[in-house]
Design a protein around this ligand. Structure first.
Ligand SMILES: NC(=O)c1ccc[n+]([C@@H]2O[C@H](COP(=O)([O-])OP(=O)(O)OC[C@H]3O[C@@H](n4cnc5c(N)ncnc54)[C@H](OP(=O)(O)O)[C@@H]3O)[C@@H](O)[C@H]2O)c1
Length: 328
């Protein structure tokens, strides 16, 4: 089955490449080869690649910067998703898209279900919600997978920030009054591939919106403490700093952060049997990847397969592409 990955250079995009089934026929494109904000490019690429499934891992994800770059954020997270949705619908291709806990206002006290009222508080969350709505309107066969607190060996994330800051400081203040579920990019990729395999076997999926995160819920402070503990154990740190629990009001940011981000993932489990991995195990795997330098090696190898020029890629790989176009 041929799968097109948009946003292949991001945290989740890289894991989609790394964890792709052996025989999957993948056309992975980063922003330089497929800008989802460009409607005509999206239509042309889909017409040329003729995928049977599309993963959208592309997004504008800089939550704070988003507050001052509204037009760009909207062009990617709303219009970009609409472009993919329109082209996918016209070509009859299902679109599996990733969204976020930031579509909620963060004032909840129970895990958010797929039917909980949305109410984003910042530009990023509002643009992601608008993207979801465009997808629902414009592409019948879609999956929206909302997730939270993503970390992985590729790209920038909280784990890497803590390792960087923690190594050089005696003391660090980390917010303790925001709760959510850290989620490894690898487990998101696994979930998407599991859905893709089911689509290939059954020819359909139970379309709609689903929540997926790792478990259990914790605060950023608890997450930081676990990162330092495991980072020390994995020899990625020589020492750990004291971690002070601070309040959100003591760490002002341009974008408001949800105090409560916990997602109820029972719908995905009921529909597909997909359970929530423990983020502490996922963190251990990510740190082991960093430790062994696999991350860099995988990044290098993954980048080799990100398609920069479609015509060139198809000419060079036509035999390979045909060979792999069988079931995975
Ligand atoms: N990170 C989190 O904590 C988090 C939490 C919840 C949900 N999510 C969602 O999870 C998904 C994956 O996030 P991630 O953490 O993997 O983000 P990421 O590492 O920032 O990756 C996003 C990728 O999209 C690319 N991109 C940006 N604009 C694009 C465009 N116009 N066309 C094509 N590609 C474009 C980026 O390229 P450049 O780097 O070159 O701009 C980047 O490679 C997103 O939908 C995000 O909203 C993330």
């Amino acid at each position: 089955m041929r799968v097109l990955i948009a946003g292949a250079a991001g945290q989740v995009g890289q894991e989609l490449l790394r964890l792709a089934p052996e025989r999957a026929d993948i056309v992975a494109m980063d922003r330089t080869s497929l800008d989802i904000a460009d409607a005509s490019q999206v239509a042309a690429v889909i017409a040329r690649v003729k995928p049977e499934l599309i993963f959208n891992a592309a997004a504008y994800t800089a939550v704070d910067k988003a507050e001052s770059e509204r037009n760009l954020v909207w062009a990617v997270n709303c219009d970009g998703v609409a472009n993919l949705a329109t082209a996918a619908q016209q070509a009859g291709i299902p679109l599996l898209h990733i969204s976020t806990d930031y579509v909620f206002d963060g004032t909840g006290q129970q895990p958010y279900s797929e039917t909980s009222a949305t109410g984003p508080t910042g530009v990023y969350g509002a643009s992601k919600l608008a993207g979801e709505q465009a997808l629902v309107r414009q592409c019948t066969r879609h999956i929206i997978l909302r997730t939270s607190w993503v970390f992985g060996a590729q790209g920038n994330n909280f784990v890497k920030t803590m390792l960087r800051l923690g190594g050089g400081r005696d003391k660090l203040g980390v917010v303790a009054d925001q709760r959510g579920c850290p989620t490894s990019a690898a487990s998101i990729a696994d979930t998407l591939w599991s859905l893709a395999k089911q689509f290939e076997t059954q020819g359909t999926l139970k379309w709609g919106t689903y929540h997926f995160s790792n478990a259990p819920a914790c605060s950023w402070h608890e997450f930081a403490v676990a990162i330092f503990d495991q980072g020390l154990g994995a020899d990625l740190l020589d020492r750990v700093p004291a971690v002070d629990a601070i309040a959100t009001r003591d760490y002002p940011t341009p974008a408001c952060r949800p105090a409560w981000s916990v997602l109820d993932c029972s719908k995905l489990k009921a529909a597909y049997g997909i359970t929530q991995p423990d983020w502490r195990n996922e963190l251990g795997k990510m740190l082991a990847q960093l430790k062994s330098g696999q991350a860099e090696a995988r990044l290098a190898s993954a980048q080799r397969v990100v398609v920069k020029d479609l015509d060139e890629a198809f000419q060079a790989n036509s035999q390979d592409t045909l060979a792999k176009a069988s079931k995975f």
